[in-house]
Design a protein around this ligand. Sequence first.
Ligand SMILES: *Cc1c(COP(=O)(O)O)cnc(C)c1O
Length: 714
Amino acid sequence: MDPYKQCQLPERVGRLKELGYNLWWSWHPEARALFKEIDRSLWRTTYHNPALLLQKSLPRLQELAQDEGFLSRYDAVMRTFDEHMEDQYTWFARKYPQAKGRIAYFSAEFGVHNSLRIYSGGLGILAGDHCKTASDLGVPLVGVGFMYPQGYVQQRISVDGWQQNVYEQVDWGASPIRPVLTPSGERRLMHFQLGPLDLQVLLWEIVVGRVNLYLMDTHVEGNSPEDREISGRLYGGDRTMRLRQEILLGIGGMRLLRALGIAAEHYHINEGHSAFMFLEQARELVAQGKSFADAAREVAGRSVFTTHTPVEAGHDVFSEGLIVEYFESYASELGLTQEQFLELGRVPGQTGWNMTALALKMASRRNGVSKRHGIVSRHMWSKLWPDKKEEEVPISHVTNGVHLATWVQQELGWTFFQHLGRDWPEKQDDPAVWAQVMAIPDEELWRVHMRNKEELFKLLRERARDRWISRNAEASQVLTQGALLDPSALTIGFARRFAGYKRATLILRDLARLKSLLLDHWRPIQLVFAGKSHPADDSGKALIQQIYQLAKDPAFGGRVVFVEDYDMHVARYFVQGCDLWLNNPRAPLEACGTSGIKAAVNGVPSLSILDGWWEEGHNGANGWAIGAPGGRGEGEAADEADAEDIYRTLASQIVPLFYDRGHDGIPHGWIKVMKESIRSVAPRFCGQRMVKDYVRMFYGNEQAAPVRSAVKVA
Ligand SMILES: *Cc1c(COP(=O)(O)O)cnc(C)c1O
């Protein structure tokens, strides 16, 4: 029933199970090394899944339980693990001894590790990085979300370049996740009822260091097939299904916390999907006898809302008819008329129930995810504050950061230990620590980088070979996966969701010019693409097809590559092993962007549109900028000008600098940019800076301003 319990390990190494089921191992190299040592090839073929590894390695573990070398490494790792878990003297404990409760963090997706496919992209990975960093800092966070039995779509590309959406039932028994159990050891079920919804919800738990994630799953015996689908897939289904998901996420998520007896002092929702949670809190207070207005004020006082996209379609809007179907009696429980209730989700001048509007009204602390995104969000939502000037609209910003221990390549991390000090991970938001990057010898940094590049190419070849062996691929399809890549050529990575505004094919605008860059005899470049399109987005799939066709076309010499099934595992190799990171969204539509940050901290500079984080991060010496702050607008002319910038910068600056080698064969000028990229980006865009900002601005009770809910009850 519980594979965790069933997996019996030799007693001497019995705590490997505890370690494997706490994702803490994933960002601690010595813990990763321990699993790798158990079975190197199994570790590789399971894509680093300790649950599966342990289940399949019992005979080997019997051996290791006698191996003194292994045992001393095991003991050392467990000691470090215990120290982390029991540390009472964390940053948070020192700074906020008066903090009373936890922070409940709601998100529709969590990207914690590749073996848990309950994320689709940036939003989920940000949530995962937030949790890991909270654990590092001792911030008492608890996550609430979904366990999707089929996860997010997997991508296969057909011979003609079309994305095939593949869904597989995930084997949760072989993943580092456990069901929440009752005291008597049964699986914990929660009954959920709201309007016409009446179902059973299974509760799951993922442990991320000191942070626990509680996840809901409706794939339960006894639920109707339709209800089982509620948590079936991430971002699958029609509008009704989406509404049901969001009702369960927000309201069910709140009830889950109550059922488990978890009291929180602050409530933070990551994107508007979970915004119904605020209403559930208000309902509880109204049930205790408060007026809705008082309840809303109290809820606002403890609530944080982070909005994540300036793209209209990224904000969920439901028809009011659909809302009434589900919330008719709920509205009266809140003490509101139907009209008053519907008003909560309205945006003046627009129709429908808007989840972002609801969240903005119900939370008193609201933020975008970069400085530019703050500006764009204040403009976008100024309608909700008609009596305020745009710059006074109460939405601030916290620029995203990435969890360095997850994204910085291991060997590079050791180089940092040597030159920045053993305590660089703890002091990662201190610019003085990173100033020492300049002292790393060029040869050393270059050697690490070239190894990372080789690792990327190895991964791509391995995947191409698997495909060749197992799936009747055509030879040309194998080439599209990177079989002809050249480790000495300037390698440009482009990997992200294939959404239209990201303009994945911008660099293909002038094929003749691109070809001359790709096939230059002495100074070639190569382009490595990856990314999924939303399963229902045919225009995104058409962009993938366009790239795939070039990848298959002999005229491009195997120097354009499209790697299937982009996920966290592939992403790590990409951001660590490319030479240059390309990002060319239509500004100002990239709220922040985080893959460029991951690349930068690995010494992979960006060639990127001045938007999101790069508008803050670019300093003229740490990479290259395209376009103008705030963007060039929409349309052909803007695309043309941005593409022109890319070609020109590549040909006149980037390619010459990369190929300018000293007598030692090392590109010293290029390495200067690499170092400047690490030095300037790491302290400002690391996870610790981000989470500390959230704590100081929002969770730490330092905000002196009076709480203002934007709810007006007519
Ligand atoms: C970091 C990451 C993203 C987000 O990258 P953006 O630059 O924000 O588009 C998406 N998917 C994966 C797998 C990632 O690791």
